[in-house]
Design a protein around this ligand. Structure first.
Ligand SMILES: Cc1cc2nc3c(=O)[nH]c(=O)nc-3n(C[C@H](O)[C@H](O)[C@H](O)COP(=O)(O)OP(=O)(O)OC[C@H]3O[C@@H](n4cnc5c(N)ncnc54)[C@H](O)[C@@H]3O)c2cc1C
Length: 300
């Protein structure tokens, strides 16, 4: 038996998908697009050449052309989209956000991780995406042999394709990978109220995040949203300012190693998930933290 792992790029989530595949058992092959990422512990790395940018159906066609029996990918937007197409093309069965698998039995996250489902995959071809930050990375040695190929596409495979990318200005720190994230919720009060949060984030080399209440109010773009329907983050520290801690929000930050909550409500749900809490008005506390860090750094 072999497991084919779709590598979007050689990042942490790809390493988690590879670790999951190794634990599942069998030889590990991988597929990537365009150029060969750095991977180890893989027998053959197939590098598909497809003209243009990301094209979910065409990428799935490349996966299907390798006639896999088990396919694993990181549970990212692209991982889930490509494997859903590949499941249709191979006549396989697909389970998203899996955290454990053995044979045809899988345990997977539902409802943003607030529910674990035991399921069985009935089918000759099994496709699984791995819930982000739910699997520990286990590295393996050995360089793959790299095989480049051009998959035969069908008409329509390139109808949906990324043709341009416009990068939001985030100060160079991506929310998904930032080691520190400072987020604001409805308690921030307005778009302008984010100025002290941005100042603190800049001082800490952090990314700015927010809750859905904030994106719904139009104070921040959806790319800043943390949660079930936003970005899943796993920083070393998550500083949540004026966020109540709804399950849909916590689904996006439960990978955080430490949570500091700043909230004026001592009964706020987020306090149950916080390692540290400051109870009070964030409009006073956030600037006070910024001032104290500046004071400590200046040695005064
Ligand atoms: C299908 C679905 C998907 C969803 N996906 C997401 C998601 O991805 N991400 C997400 O965040 N939400 C999501 N939600 C919404 C979620 O249920 C909550 O409504 C949302 O997270 C609440 O945002 P909030 O904590 O900012 O606001 P609120 O719940 O209104 O909380 C505001 C908090 O700020 C505190 N506060 C107020 N003023 C101050 C002050 N001056 N100083 C300090 N604290 C103050 C209050 O005590 C309160 O705790 C989803 C909901 C649904 C139904």
């Amino acid at each position: 038996m072999s497991v084919l792992v779709f590598i979007e790029d050689g990042d942490e989530l790809a390493q988690q998908a590879l670790s999951f595949a190794r634990a599942y058992g069998g030889e590990i092959d991988a597929i990537a697009f365009g150029s060969a990422p750095e991977v180890s512990g893989v027998r053959t790395l197939h590098v598909a050449q497809i003209e243009g940018g990301y094209a979910p159906q065409a990428w799935a066609r490349a996966i299907a052309s390798l006639s896999p029996t088990t396919v694993v990918a990181a549970g990212t937007d692209r991982g889930n989209e490509v494997l859903a197409h590949a499941a249709v093309m191979t006549g396989g069965v697909f389970a998203a956000n899996v955290i454990r698998a053995s044979g045809d039995e899988v345990t997977r996250q539902r409802w943003g991780g607030s529910l674990l489902e035991e399921a069985r995959l009935h089918g000759d071809v099994r496709l699984m995406t791995v819930a982000p930050h739910a699997v520990a990375i286990e590295t393996a040695d050995g360089q793959p042999s790299v095989e480049t190929f051009t998959p035969a596409l069908e008409s329509g495979d390139l109808v949906a394709q990324v043709v341009d990318r416009v990068q939001e200005s985030t100060g160079g720190i991506s929310l998904a990978d930032a080691p520190v994230v400072v987020s604001g919720g409805r308690g921030v009060g307005s778009a302008e109220g984010f100025a002290p949060i941005e100042e603190l984030a800049e001082l800490l080399g952090a990314a700015v995040g927010c809750s859905r209440a904030v994106t719904m109010a139009g104070w921040r773009p959806h790319t800043d949203q943390v949660g079930q329907t936003g970005t899943k983050i796993a920083p070393d520290i998550y500083i949540a300012c004026g966020i109540s801690g709804a399950t849909q929000h916590m689904a996006g930050c439960k990978g955080a190693k430490k949570v500091l909550a700043i909230n004026d409500d001592p009964e706020a749900a987020i306090l149950a998930n916080a390692d540290y809490a400051v109870i009070g008005d964030l409009a006073e506390i956030v600037p006070a933290i910024t001032a104290e860090i500046r004071r400590a750094r200046s040695g005064r």
